[in-house]
Design a protein around this ligand. Structure first.
Ligand code: FAD
Length: 324
């Protein structure tokens, strides 16, 4: 008889997050044909997201829909998740390595008395063992880890594992009941989003980042235009954030966000090791810097030595021609 693999999926603004489809694929890669794949979706007003998720999951989508779960709150989410996990007795549970996943996964691990491997970027199955690859020392090295027992908890770094493909037939959708605890110690009243972009930086396929070289808040304008044209997001170095040119929610690096887009365009960023920690795994890196010795060129696939205020508008113009 097979084991049960569970994916804890996430929504944002009512829509299924792409990292959840990557987590579904992670479960596919780690499991065998006879194993069951079940996705759990927690939140409120989840009908559309559940229907979409069901297209990608082999066996079942279980929905826990309640107004108290509309916004992430650790206590309420664990109270909803724990009985479902007790019922399913999973072999492995997959989360996105997101703000929610990073908070909820260790609590689920403690509840199940499970081991956890976090921030996984690749999965390989050989014979009877599954190995999980994760970066170490801010991406300077990688380690392959294996579990020796179950239950197991995994978190998946966004944008590294190809999202799952639709299955031949949609999974069955069922509802689990959630009885809210009258004694929650914290209640989320409101979430104030600081992000200025419409596309989530950590899930964007294209990121256009500015450093101290942009010189002012207004200096980000050409970068925003390019990002919008390429349907990407704007990021920044800490240098730019510290200088007050942009909000810290845009910071990429060791103490900021980790991004792995298809294309990362670094404009006026020197390439300090702490910045590289947040973007060096991007598929294609394009660096624009007027200093030919800037360290960013060591990790760049394409380097443009020049003034970003000349180069970025030219790039935008050329991309506009190609895309129109
Ligand atoms: P600078 O190093 O000043 O580089 C600006 C670059 O712009 C230069 O290379 C210059 O040649 C170029 N330039 C200037 N004008 C133009 C122009 N007109 N056209 C083209 N190029 C131009 N940094 C991060 O980014 N993320 C982090 O998470 C982070 N965490 C840190 C944690 C710790 C504990 C510490 C100590 C530091 C951390 N830093 C982080 C800071 C990091 O060390 C660097 O100071 C920072 O990344 C530098 O930002 P920058 O490249 O924008 O600025």
């Amino acid at each position: 008889m097979g084991n049960t693999y569970v994916i804890v999926a996430e929504t944002r603004g009512g829509r299924l997050r792409q990292v959840s489809l990557e987590a579904v694929q992670a479960a596919v890669l780690a499991s065998r044909d006879e194993d069951k794949l079940i996705a759990l979706l927690l939140g409120h007003q989840l009908q559309e997201a559940a229907t979409e998720l069901a297209r990608y999951v082999k066996d079942q989508v279980m929905v826990i829909d309640h107004p108290d779960l509309a916004m992430y709150q650790a206590e309420a989410y664990l109270a909803a998740l724990a009985p479902a996990l007790d019922q399913l007795q999973p072999h492995t549970v997959f989360f996105g390595h997101t703000a929610i996943g990073r908070d909820l996964a260790p609590q689920a691990a403690a509840h199940l008395n499970a081991g956890q491997i976090s921030d996984v970027i690749a999965i390989a199955q050989t014979d009877d063992t599954v190995s999980y690859t994760r970066p170490l020392f801010a991406g300077k090295a990688f380690e392959n880890r294996k579990f020796t027992a179950s239950p197991q908890i995994i978190t998946i770094r966004p944008n590294n594992i190809t999202p799952a493909q639709p299955t031949p037939a949609p999974a069955e959708i069922s509802e689990l009941t959630y009885s809210p605890s009258p004694s929650l110690r914290t209640v989320i009243k409101e979430v104030v989003s600081k992000s200025i972009g419409r596309i989530d930086l950590t899930e964007a396929k294209v990121v256009v980042s500015g450093g101290r070289g942009v010189k002012s808040k207004a200096g980000f304008q050409p970068l925003e235009e390019l990002a919008e044209l390429l349907q990407g997001a704007v990021g920044a170095s800490r240098g730019a954030c510290d200088a007050g040119y942009c909000d810290y929610s845009l910071q990429i690096g060791q103490t900021g966000k980790v991004v792995t887009p298809e294309i990362y365009i670094a404009c006026g960023i020197s390439g300090a090791i702490q910045h590289l920690a947040g973007m060096s795994q991007s598929r294609i890196i394009i660096a624009i810097n007027k200093d030919p010795e800037a360290p960013i060129f060591k990790v760049a696939d394409y380097g443009i030595v020049g003034d970003l205020f000349e180069v970025v508008p030219l790039l935008t113009e050329e991309f506009r021609k190609v895309l129109s």
